[in-house]
Design a protein around this ligand. Sequence first.
Ligand code: SAM
Length: 329
Amino acid sequence: MASHIQHPNLPVPDYFSKFASIYVRQTGHATLNILTDIITNNVQTSAHPIGPDSVVHDTAAGPGIGAAALVASLPKGQLPKKMLVSDNNAMMVNAALESLAASPLPDVDCKELDSQDVNPVPSNYFTHSIDNFSIFTFVRPGDAIRETYRTLRPDGLAIVTCWSRFAPVFIVHAAQKKIRPDLPDSALMPTPRPEFSEEGVLQKVVEESGFAKANITMVDKVLVVTEEDNIAGLTMLMSGPMMAKAREGFTDEEQAKWGEAVSQSVKEEVAKNGGIRFEAYVLLGRAENQKNPSVPTIDDSCNSSTMNHVFEKTTGGVLIGIGDIEDQR
Ligand SMILES: C[S@@+](CC[C@H](N)C(=O)[O-])C[C@H]1O[C@@H](n2cnc3c(N)ncnc32)[C@H](O)[C@@H]1O
């Protein structure tokens, strides 16, 4: 049974339940676009590309972002033969089920599971495991990585991402300061596990939780959101109830200024960065090829019910910076 405990520093109680139906629009497709780019430019060009023999897990998947990224980046014949999409939030799992109903993925299962304990998924099962922009929301991130490692086959590949700059937080803080210039930094809206935005923290957690340093590659990504629709979606997220915590203690008069303060702060972000600028750390971690050799690799016979720097401009002017900055840090 999945745990429903959410990180205490998320902006509102039941944050992800409230977020499920509006998620893709109000993230401005940021998590989806970055993951699509990672699959195309880092996973498919690696020694461990995803293909028709792959068995892929997207853990803490939200409304099926990993599956959507695979469909967006791979031709039909290269899609994995099996995919598990899991999240501990029932509304997210339902949103994934809905969004994947007509998907070309040959065999996709959506399940409510806690990333920190994905029993009954057997060990050594997946060829690839995705954990996209979720690690900082876990109460026990190390346990989630240990589960990723346990469930990967020998030589399997994990893709783990987190933000080094989550733009909406900067914009919300700027809006708070516009209305309440007296607020000290300590009173600005908190974020869950801000330490993950520091360089080295993601690698450290992953290394301490099973992956060998020599099998880890780090890549930095920069996404500048420029499309009007995506900027509008993100603006809606920051103006609305999902960011209610930023307005805690505001008078009615101050509350009434919120929408305008967010719009103004978005304009300033766009003027400064050419769009809304997200920066991310991407970790590609390979399981040892001698990993737990006593446990046989699960093959096709497994019943799916048991798991029941170099910057360049790329497509659409969206992704402006993609570069391997340093391997095996
Ligand atoms: C920021 S969203 C990221 C969603 C998606 N991976 C993406 O790329 O957009 C974080 C997700 O983690 C899920 N989550 C948080 N804690 C979890 C846990 N312990 N187990 C499984 N999912 C969890 C939330 O429900 C939410 O869907």
